[in-house]
Design a protein around this ligand. Sequence first.
Ligand code: OFO
Length: 180
Amino acid sequence: MISKRMESALNEQINKEMFSAFLYMSMSADCADKGLKGSSVWFMTQYHEEMVHAMKIYEYIQKQGAKVRLVALEEPQQEFASLSDMFDKTLEHEKLVTSSINDLMNLAVEERDHATQAFLNWYVTEQVEEEDTAMDIIQRIKLIGDNSSGLYMLDKELGARTVSVPTDFSTGVESAMGGE
Ligand code: OFO
């Protein structure tokens, strides 16, 4: 059982995770338009990961006997100046998500909601990874500078990323990730 306040905060987080998915799908499309095929794959993989972040919360709310409430998603930015701009915005966005997860955790602590604290621990760890990955790619883009063969190699490497999360939600994300 979770509080009404927690139910509402978790539903807001579903929206934020789905907006993240939407934003990265938009970046994927823009990469494809710019001929950055590998980066397009990287961002589409990121889209899938964000959908799983949303679905894990969806399942958690239902398991707690609470109500999932979906609201409209904000329109994401459609065009970006460069790959560098996209990763700068990725890091900026992930920092916002980290802050949102921290707010949720603070609420769970305040309410002595141990189950939600345990659930949110996964997201706390995940956000460290998300920010670290974005910072690492930003650093590499800076090292590459205007070197087009460097950009070509990075794009190729980013394209090797594969989806490691379940994409069929019908079986349940938690069970598909070995969570139960
Ligand atoms: Fe990018 O971690 Fe969820 O939003």
